[in-house]
Design a protein around this ligand. Structure first.
Ligand SMILES: *Cc1c(COP(=O)(O)O)cnc(C)c1O
Length: 257
């Protein structure tokens, strides 16, 4: 692996933006985790970023992700020490795709229905620990179709928190894109306030685990950090603009196995 100077530079830029955003918000620099959204990127890019220290990767498209996870598992354990990669599923979930998601991911950010949560819990393999999940909330009203309605989120959270093989970690949102920083902040603030209401309704251990606000992408991470994000999901600012939205053909790495 001879390294990609542009990737290193973008990674350092994003880490710098995060540090700056934390400082401006009076938050500790380690209070926000970076999730590198590697959708539409080949396994080689994941491995290069992993070599620079990144461990958590987010994927939207199941088949593309499974190929990439397999390719990275082969390469990463051999290539470098320093801990395993963590995989977060952040895309829409069809109910017939829950089994491989439960088996191959560490986190799922995009749970928006109880039925999906039940299936993930039932299908989480015995040999693995609990699956960390966030509930996706539609904080943009009619401007977005994905996510549970804010008014349904508390009931959904109580149901999901009771499932044995899931650990409810928090809330996630993808507000409508806008350059209006005040609107960005208003959407993220709405998620933060909803998070506080749900946390207050959970008891003991469940409330303590409910520590995550997954919000902020390349264009609005500063607003998200200012409103309390604990995980920002960054794709294009790290990897450059995506040229495709759909799953890639087999990656060069997976063809070697
Ligand atoms: C693609 C995607 C991201 C990253 O978006 P960028 O604007 O490229 O940073 C974050 N979250 C979700 C759910 C995504 O689908």
């Amino acid at each position: 692996m001879n390294g990609n100077p542009a990737l290193r530079q973008r990674y350092e830029q994003v880490l710098g933006r995060l540090r700056q955003a934390c400082e401006s918000a009076g938050r500790a620099p380690d209070s926000v985790r970076l999730l590198a959204v590697s959708k539409a990127q080949p396994a080689s890019q994941v491995l290069e970023l992993a070599a620079l220290g990144q461990r958590a990767f987010g994927e939207n498209y199941l088949q593309e992700a499974l190929d990439k996870i397999a390719a990275c598992r082969d390469e990463w354990s051999a290539a470098a020490p320093g801990g395993p990669l963590a995989w977060h599923f952040i895309g829409p979930i069809q109910s017939n795709k829950t089994r491989p998601i439960a088996a191959h991911f560490d986190w799922v950010h995009s749970v928006e229905r109880e039925k999906i949560a039940h299936r993930l819990s039932e299908q989480r393999p015995e040999g693995l620990g609990t699956l960390d999940v966030c509930l996706q909330v539609n904080v943009s009203g009619e401007a977005s179709k994905s996510g549970a309605a804010p008014g349904e989120t508390l009931a959904l959270a109580l149901a999901v928190a009771a499932l044995p093989r899931l650990r409810l970690r928090g809330l996630m949102a993808i507000p409508e894109p806008t350059d209006d920083v005040n609107l960005q902040r208003a959407r993220f603030a709405a998620l933060r306030e909803l998070h506080a209401r749900v946390k207050a309704a959970l008891d003991g251990e469940a409330a303590r685990c409910f520590d995550t606000l997954s919000m902020g992408m390349s264009a609005d991470l500063e607003a998200a950090v200012a409103e309390g994000a604990t995980i920002v999901r960054i794709g294009s600012a790290l990897f450059g603009e995506r040229s495709m939205r759909s799953p890639l053909p087999a990656s060069p790495l997976s063809s070697s196995t």
